[in-house]
Design a protein around this ligand. Sequence first.
Ligand code: NAD
Length: 332
Amino acid sequence: MKILVTGAAGYIGSHTCRLLTDSGHQVYGYDNLSRGHREAFSRATGGRLLIEGDLLDTLQLKEALQQLEIEAVVHFAAFGLVGESVKNPEMYHRNNVEGSASLLHAMHEASVRLLVVSSTTAIYGEPKTMPISENSPAAPINPYGQSKWDVECLLQQACEHNGLGFAALRYFNAAGAAPDGMLGEDHRPETHLIPIVLQVALGQRDRIQIFGDDYPTPDGTCVRDYVHVNDLADAHLKAVNTLTPGESIQVNLGSGIGTSVLEIVKHARHVTGHPIPAEMAGRRCGDPPLLIADNSKAQTVLGWTPKYSSLDSILTSAWRWHQKHPHGYQAT
Ligand SMILES: NC(=O)c1ccc[n+]([C@@H]2O[C@H](COP(=O)([O-])OP(=O)(O)OC[C@H]3O[C@@H](n4cnc5c(N)ncnc54)[C@H](O)[C@@H]3O)[C@@H](O)[C@H]2O)c1
């Protein structure tokens, strides 16, 4: 299939481009490189065409879809930092919601009807029942989560009225790197726990701060569900093959395993051989104690089972990437 991937130069986008390419799809990238890396896409696809463009440029998107005879779009391009969204809600609305509306309009004009989109567990806010199933009500508590929920609602309308077929994949915490160390996580600034812990092991930070050790969890620190980026990529491949015009799918993508902050730090000490000093700090506002996925629907609907999402596989692959690329894609 000919597939346009937005956000193809980003973390999850590049890993997915690699798997789609290896599986025989013809992949084209679309990215404004505001937060991604040309090198990531180039490594992932062996140098296929990356169109440098913004989601808000509807005309450029439409021309790309038509000229490349695209059959399906995989849409990662968005901003994804909760704290930044709280400071700049309008920026998140514009980039994530209006950007997706622009893409949808271009797809409509170019008669492309199949879409896989990155959504997030942040649409559920602070769910009352655990593990979190797709039946949990959408109740986002920050502008980032709200923007992703707005996009899902827009797509549902396009599905019901214009025959769009889409899959909204609601990720938990993406983590890990390509096992061969070729692709990995390089966000600037980095806000995700695992890369930050590994930056301590690399000597780039003095210590890790743990925000709260008095939560109602077994060791008192927050528990999250980490899913390996290659498992996410595999879910996109399966979703592309499942799309049907006029039908929508919403699935949670998590490992179903809860891992505490302290467990990550302890296992990272084991994997890296570095003491990784940790310092306890106060709770952060809006951090729920526990977020774990019920991933049974993804198993049933997509035939997806996470294979790489054990804590050891996540940390070992991430450590290999960080050791090979202590400054990310910058120095390559
Ligand atoms: N990383 C996670 O744990 C996680 C969890 C849940 C959901 N998500 C979602 O998954 C998607 C990918 O996340 P990621 O971690 O790979 O992020 P990323 O920042 O590494 O990648 C996003 C890519 O989109 C591009 N982009 C952003 N706005 C654009 C625009 N207007 N036009 C063109 N390109 C644009 C960036 O340059 C970047 O290459 C995002 O939609 C994010 O919200 C990520």
